[in-house]
Ligand binder design. Structure first.
Ligand SMILES: [Zn+2]
Length: 197
């Protein structure tokens, strides 16, 4: 009987250690993500000051090497935008963001979505019923993870944004579900040069 107890105690210790190390790992992961978002916010604040919104008539593709993208975007943004990663729900900057303005591509500055078309989808990711202009956002069939989805990306630089689903509210019935990290917000009063929609 006491052997049985010792055996069970040993397993309890193993289980406890595993749980503790998992907890520590997840805290560390959260700290890393937190640091990344702070860095991105600071970087974006500096960048947004210089933003000049332009709504080009035709979209001229931008191409860069993987090394250049890595340098430009930083680790996490590169992972989402060039490797088609996904930020965790309810962690990004914009899922609960209600200011009036434009959401531009974080990689190339093309205006992609307007706050006018933003709605609360309850998913933890910023969601829109439509892009600023149809030709500013490209789509591609995505069959990863055993699902058939429609991937969306910036039509100018190819940066991955998220997916579009057919369960959105009126007027389009579409839900453009976007990673916050793929976007940068520009308040409407900062609109300069060419007037957009
Ligand atoms: Zn872009």
């Amino acid at each position: 009987m006491s052997e049985m107890h010792a055996f069970r105690d040993a397993w309890s210790w193993v289980a406890l250690c595993v749980l503790l190390s998992l907890g520590i790992a997840s805290c560390q992961q959260r700290r890393v993500e937190h640091a990344t978002y702070e860095m991105v916010q600071t970087m974006d604040r500096d960048h947004t000051k210089k933003d000049v919104l332009e709504f080009p008539d035709t979209v001229e593709p931008i191409q860069k090497s993987e090394e250049e993208w890595k340098e430009l975007l930083g680790e996490f943004r590169y992972y989402v935008m060039r490797r088609k990663g996904t930020e965790r729900a309810f962690t990004g900057q914009y899922w609960n963001h209600h200011a009036d303005g434009w959401y531009v591509c974080a990689a190339c500055g093309l205006p992609l979505f307007s706050s006018v078309d933003k709605f609360d989808s309850g998913t933890g990711w910023p969601s829109f019923t439509r892009p600023v202009r149809e030709d500013y956002v490209g789509t591609e069939r995505d069959t990863s993870y055993g699902m058939v989805r429609t991937e969306i990306h910036c039509a100018r630089c190819g940066g991955h944004l998220g997916h579009v689903f057919e369960d959105g509210p009126p007027p389009t019935g579409l839900r453009y579900c976007v990673n916050s990290i793929s976007l940068r917000f520009v308040p409407r009063e900062r609109r300069q040069k060419k007037q957009g929609p």
